[in-house]
Ligand binder design. Structure first.
Ligand SMILES: NC(=O)NC1=NC(=O)NC1=O
Length: 165
């Protein structure tokens, strides 16, 4: 997808092209309305700006599209494919790590009543597990902010990759 194509597409087509970035319809619609963008940097800046006011409700909506860390997203949707790609470094061969991630996810969900969300790309399974253990010690308020920051990182990464394909 080129920026030119995105700028000139119909609103529906443009929304479809970025729907996989995050499961928040309003964010995609607002970004499409803000076209045309003079550069990819302008687009990414707008995407980031529009994500600043995401709140708890946005987070819980978006989490529905993010499988647990260490679990392979099923299906052939673009989100599922992206998620599997983002998590590829979470070495699923290491059963001890996989077991520790599963236990950590369960503890996290017990404590915060939502899926643990982390920008997995570029992070090893061990790094993710360390972050999971650190964040388990957060207060709910602290954790909401951290989870929202991770959602923004994943979304902007996916947006950037959409135009680097
Ligand atoms: N629960 C998660 O953190 N999921 C994910 N993190 C990513 O970077 N991609 C995902 O699907």
């Amino acid at each position: 997808m080129t920026l030119e194509h995105f700028n000139q597409a119909t609103a529906d087509e443009a929304k479809k092209q970025i729907a996989h970035c995050v499961a928040l319809e309003a964010w995609a619609a607002a970004l499409v309305v803000a076209r045309p963008f003079a550069s990819l940097d302008d687009l990414l800046r707008a995407g980031s700006e529009l994500a600043r006011d995401w709140d708890e409700q946005a987070l819980s909506l978006a989490l529905s599209a993010h499988p647990r860390i260490g679990e392979k997203a099923p299906g052939s949707s673009k989100e599922a494919r992206l998620s599997r790609g983002e998590q590829q470094q979470v070495s699923s061969e290491d059963s001890e790590l996989r077991q520790a991630l599963r236990a950590g996810n369960m503890a996290y969900e017990q404590r915060f009543a939502q899926v643990f969300l982390i920008r997995a790309r570029g992070r090893s399974g061990e790094e993710i597990l360390t972050e999971l253990h650190r964040r388990l010690l957060n207060t709910p308020q602290q954790e909401r902010q951290e989870a929202l920051d991770q959602l923004r990182e994943i979304t902007l990464l996916r947006l950037k990759e959409t135009f680097n394909e």
